[in-house]
Design a protein around this ligand. Structure first.
Ligand code: DOR
Ligand code: ZN
Ligand code: ZN
Length: 416
């Protein structure tokens, strides 16, 4: 069968190294299967699942469970990330070698970060036995404590407690110094502050073995989004949306290769939880289904980012760093490929998602640039023109005539 790809791109399958799938333990937010289907819709053929589930992925059997559920789903490839410390308590290291033989592709205490420098140093040494990268969440809990958005002019105006940039930057500095000292393999998650970009740039020049990711929401939005959104909690994310200077520095970091990966930090939460007041709602943006289209709409189309850099940072570099299949379209290579339609426009609405959650600032907006067909290992696993209403199939209550999509305390009455 011949497929007409006129006007479309054939991309190597995108690889997202930072997703939260919530299974086991919080299946009302996301299951491995629903997350893996959301990934396909979003153009991802491979995703890495963070270990801050309930229980935490700190044992081989749990890591193997994620592998198995991923295979059962038959959608995007799903690989688990093992925890660095037992229960992510920051106290005792997990059996990383054992977790790696169970299928873990990296290690992280994402959501918290390992606060103790000595333990993180030890983890950098220990992880060498596996050859896998150690992923840092880069947050000093003491400095960040209690804040719900970026600390600056906007937080002062809104009267919300801010998280200073230093909460991230001091951890980035610490991790880089320790990686240099131990020759460990480090990956820095969700870089959001200009100070961090500078530190990583300098470390790379010195030859430190570090890679770093940036999330689309930090490139597209700033904390000013909160000024005209009436405390919309779909903008509440950790690390928080930064200033315009941060945003500029992040884009500069992507363009000169300092930030060598894009990643969604897909963090699904229930509508009910995100309806809480801004200070109390959980951090996180669901990103798998909108991230590629958002980057296309806001960065590639306006000429801020090239298609080549997009593919390098979302497919080639992740596949190299985490030793994953896919990542390049080549003869004899693995056929994880995406037929991408740069002209397709869709409106992001309730009922549109394959994910169980819809906590995204793009709700109610139109985006351009979506996957048309997705193959994993040569098998056609997703076709947009045969899409289903996944949320109804998943048993998620969907009301399609919601007037307002805002997740904030002032519009509770409009929502389901
Ligand atoms: O916004 C976030 N959500 N940041 C994190 O670090 C954790 C994540 C989550 O698990 O919801
Ligand atoms: Zn994190
Ligand atoms: Zn995360």
């Amino acid at each position: 069968k011949v497929i007409d790809g006129t006007g479309k791109y054939l991309f190597p399958g995108l690889i997202d190294v930072h997703t939260h799938l919530r299974e086991p333990g919080q299946e009302e937010k996301e299951e491995i299967a629903t997350g893996a289907r959301a990934a396909l819709r979003g153009g991802f053929t491979t995703i890495l699942a963070m270990p801050n589930t309930k229980p935490v992925l700190d044992q081989r059997a749990l890591v193997e469970f994620v592998v198995l559920q991923g295979e059962r789903a038959g959608a995007a490839r799903v690989y688990p990330i093992g925890a660095i410390t037992k229960g992510q308590s920051g106290k005792e290291l997990t059996e990383m070698v054992d977790l790696a033989s169970g299928g873990a592709k990296a290690f992280s205490d994402d959501g918290r970060g390992v606060q103790n420098a000595e333990l993180f140093r030890l983890a950098l040494e220990y992880v060498k036995l596996t050859g896998l990268p150690l992923i840092s969440h880069c947050e000093d809990e003491g400095l960040a404590q209690g804040g719900s958005m970026h600390k600056g002019e906007v937080s002062a105006r809104l009267g919300l407690k801010g998280i200073p940039s230093s909460a991230e930057a001091v951890m980035v500095a610490r991790d880089l110094i320790l990686a240099e000292e131990t020759s460990g393999k480090l990956h820095l998650a969700h870089i959001s502050a200009k100070e961090s970009v500078e530190l990583i740039r300098a470390a790379k020049k010195r030859g430190v073995d570090v890679t770093a990711e940036v999330n689309p929401h930090h490139l597209i939005f700033t904390d000013e989004a909160l000024l005209d959104s009436e405390y919309n909690t779909s903008y509440k994310v950790n690390p928080p949306l930064g200033s315009r200077e941060d945003q500029q520095a992040l884009l500069g970091g992507v363009l000169d290769g300092t930030l060598d990966m894009l990643a969604t930090d897909h963090a699904p939460h229930t509508w009910e939880e995100k309806m809480k007041p801004f200070g109390e709602a959980p951090f996180g943006i669901a990103g798998l289904e909108t991230a590629l289209a958002a980057v296309w709409t806001y960065l590639v189309k306006p000429g801020k980012l090239s298609v080549e850099t997009l593919i390098k940072n979302w497919s080639l570099n992740p596949s190299r760093r985490f030793n994953l299949p896919g990542g390049a379209v080549q003869e004899g290579g693995i056929a994880d490929v995406v037929l991408f339609d740069p002209e397709r426009i869709e409106k992001v609405e309730p009922g549109w998602f394959a994910s169980k959650s819809l906590n995204t600032p793009f709700l109610g907006r139109e985006l351009q640039g979506f996957s048309s067909m997705v193959w994993v290992g040569g098998e056609l696993r997703y076709q947009r023109d045969q899409d289903k209403i996944w949320q109804e199939i998943n048993g998620v209550k969907v009301q399609r005539d919601i007037v307002k999509y805002r997740m904030n305390r002032r519009t509770i009455e409009c929502l389901f």
